[in-house]
Design a protein around this ligand. Structure first.
Ligand SMILES: [Zn+2]
Ligand SMILES: [Zn+2]
Length: 276
């Protein structure tokens, strides 16, 4: 912070390396958090698009816990909520449709209530949405603990206190505290409100960004709702799904196993002009 500092100190704190450090911290946290959301919570826990050993599953579970940090989302509750979304997309029973919410924050709040009720086992989901997701009680309990969430929030704040060149950078801190739900809300709002459609479906799903580096492939909602079990979310030549590239790399390294059919479904017969 700049208040009350000696000029020499100000110069140090305002230096380019500090700006680069804060920006790297923000972008790094953003990308790692959204990567483990789409890779582990969405494609693995909710959809079982690939398989891996128990050891790798624990490793990625731990990564999700560490990198989502203050806003860690439990695989079980995430998976059930997401399966409900696919089954009831953009209807009254969709847990997070922007077409059944007053605004962005209202949708986020409703999602949080439904998610929390699943975590606390106060809501009984339909039996078909249960099962097939990884569970690790210790991490789930730690992630849900307010003490742990608070400790992560303090850690993010300390990074800004130490390195932020100016107090104005502190406006980024709430995004660190709520990273997981913010990503979810961007995908659920943008992916069902803004963008183009490759497939005419019963819901309002959209592809928001042809090059989805912001949410690492999650914003190809229209493609994903058309082919719910396909691990690759992009379908057209100009679309790029970065997480799929990582998954192919992991598969090549033997970290996980992909079902061939799930990859092949898109090419070339599933191209938008030919498929619908
Ligand atoms: Zn969707
Ligand atoms: Zn999905």
């Amino acid at each position: 912070m700049t208040f009350g500092r000696a000029p020499r100190d100000l110069a140090l704190r305002g230096s380019a390396p500090n700006v680069a450090l804060i920006l790297s911290f923000f972008v790094g946290h953003w990308l790692l958090s959204v990567f483990f959301q789409t890779f582990f919570l969405h494609r693995y826990s909710a959809h079982r698009m690939f398989t891996m050993s128990k050891g790798w599953e624990r490793f990625f579970y731990l990564c999700t816990f560490v990198f989502q940090g203050a806003s860690f989302l439990q695989p079980r509750a995430y998976a059930i909520l997401h399966r409900e979304h696919h089954a009831y997309s953009d209807t009254e029973k969709d847990p997070h449709s922007p077409h059944h919410a007053r605004n962005f924050l209202d949708m986020m709040w409703k999602t949080a209530l439904l998610y929390g009720a699943l975590v606390r086992r106060q809501r009984e989901p339909e039996a078909r949405f249960e099962g097939g997701y990884p569970q690790w009680k210790l991490l789930d309990d730690l992630g849900e603990s307010w003490l742990v969430r608070f400790a992560f929030a303090v850690a993010y704040t300390l990074v800004y206190l130490k390195f932020a060149p100016h107090w104005g950078w502190f406006v980024l801190l709430p995004a660190h505290y709520l990273m997981g739900p913010i990503h979810g809300a961007i995908v659920n709002w943008g992916g069902h409100m803004i963008g183009y459609r490759n497939f005419e479906l019963d819901d309002e799903s959209r592809n928001t960004l042809p090059l989805d580096f912001l949410t690492l492939g999650e914003l190809f909602q229209n493609n994903h709702h058309r082919y719910g079990q396909a691990v690759k979310f992009s379908v057209r030549a100009f679309e790029f799904d970065p997480t799929y590239a990582m998954i192919r790399l992991f598969a090549a390294l033997g970290v996980l196993k992909l079902a061939k059919a799930q990859v092949a479904r898109y090419v070339p017969e599933a191209a938008p002009t030919a498929a619908e």
